[in-house]
Design a protein around this ligand. Structure first.
Ligand SMILES: [Zn+2]
Length: 323
């Protein structure tokens, strides 16, 4: 019976000014000559859902290694923490350089440190059959499990995204897409990359992580990374498709404290109260947020303090499922 080789590899080292080294690591599971896939996470240091997904995938692969090692046909690479400095210091951006690492791709080998890190990540992922880049919103907003896709790459990526056991595929028009992200750089270089957004920053949502793990394993089986006889839980989620035409943004009309009246990931009706913005000094309600359409409340403010104009909710217009 063939074996699964597991290793933790350092693919980038940078000497820090005093005496420490910054090391970027990946965990590699090799089981055969089949395709090579990767999962990346933690490019924003305050987004932790993907770290838990990497743990769950590693645990699943270690169980497979102990019971049915011949059923891994390809290579899986897990990159749980691309922004290690950010994760260590509870910082979204790259500390010291005060830049969003996900705005420095594809990077360069001789540029400043953020560009060098980006370049090393691109080099490490070159030639992969599929990359799944996991994000966790930020500390302000909670998101349902979803894939976000640039329209330019939709033909190839949407069929893959449909098999990931998620609840939403959100297609973004090319004009709103940032070209300096890891996903855009990989897709432009011929490495398919799906961006997952789910949960909320600085937290983990175990049920979302488990839902995504089922989807990732199903997709890997479909791609021949896992053997056909691998048994997986059924996919219980089937995505709706959103785009610029059916997503409504709700912004705070006043500054203050947002108190939700509706629950995240529920059907809402046109005119339904979603929450109020209040002042801690007075009993009055400063403003109310009501749904402009019948739809699904797929983004909801998690952090209560809002400024005028802050994003509070996003609703996808669809016919409600409940009557
Ligand atoms: Zn992110």
């Amino acid at each position: 019976m063939s074996k699964i080789a597991k290793s933790v590899e350092t693919f980038f080292t940078l000497q820090m000014p005093y005496c420490e080294n910054l090391e970027l690591r990946r965990t590699v599971f090799s089981g055969g000559i089949g395709p090579r896939v990767a999962v990346t996470a933690g490019i924003h240091g305050d987004e932790l859902e993907g770290l838990h997904v990497c743990h769950l995938l590693a645990a699943w692969l270690e169980r497979l290694s102990a019971t049915h090692p011949g059923r891994l046909r390809g290579t899986v690479e897990l990159y749980p923490a691309l922004n290690t400095l950010g994760i260590d210091t509870l910082t979204r951006s790259l500390p010291v350089f005060d830049t969003d690492l996900n705005r420095n791709f594809p990077g360069s080998p001789s540029g400043d440190i953020p560009h060098r890190i980006a370049h090393a990540i691109m080099g490490s992922l070159a030639g992969a059959h599929l990359v799944i880049d996991i994000h966790a919103s930020n500390i302000f907003l909670r998101e349902i499990p979803q894939v976000r896709i640039n329209q330019d790459f939709a033909d190839h990526l949407v069929p893959l995204a449909r098999k990931m056991n998620l609840d939403l595929i959100w297609l973004h028009s090319a004009v709103t897409v940032l070209e300096s992200t890891i996903a855009h750089s990989l897709n432009s270089s011929g490495v398919p990359c799906l961006v997952v957004e789910m949960g909320v920053g600085m937290r983990i949502t175990p049920e979302y992580c488990e839902q995504l793990v089922t989807g990732i394993l199903s997709l890997w089986k479909e791609l021949g990374i896992l053997a056909p006889e691998v048994e997986l839980p059924p996919q219980l989620h089937h995505p709706l498709v959103a785009d610029d035409s059916n997503v409504h943004y709700l912004n705070a009309q006043t500054s203050g404290m947002f108190v939700p009246a509706a629950s995240h990931w529920t059907d809402v009706h046109k005119g339904e109260l979603l929450g109020t913005i209040v002042s801690p000094h007075h009993g009055e309600i400063l403003s109310q947020l009501r749904s402009p359409v019948d739809g699904i409340l797929f983004t909801l403010r998690e952090y209560p303090i809002v400024y005028e104009g802050s994003l509070v909710a996003r609703i996808m217009a669809v016919k409600p499922r409940r009557i």
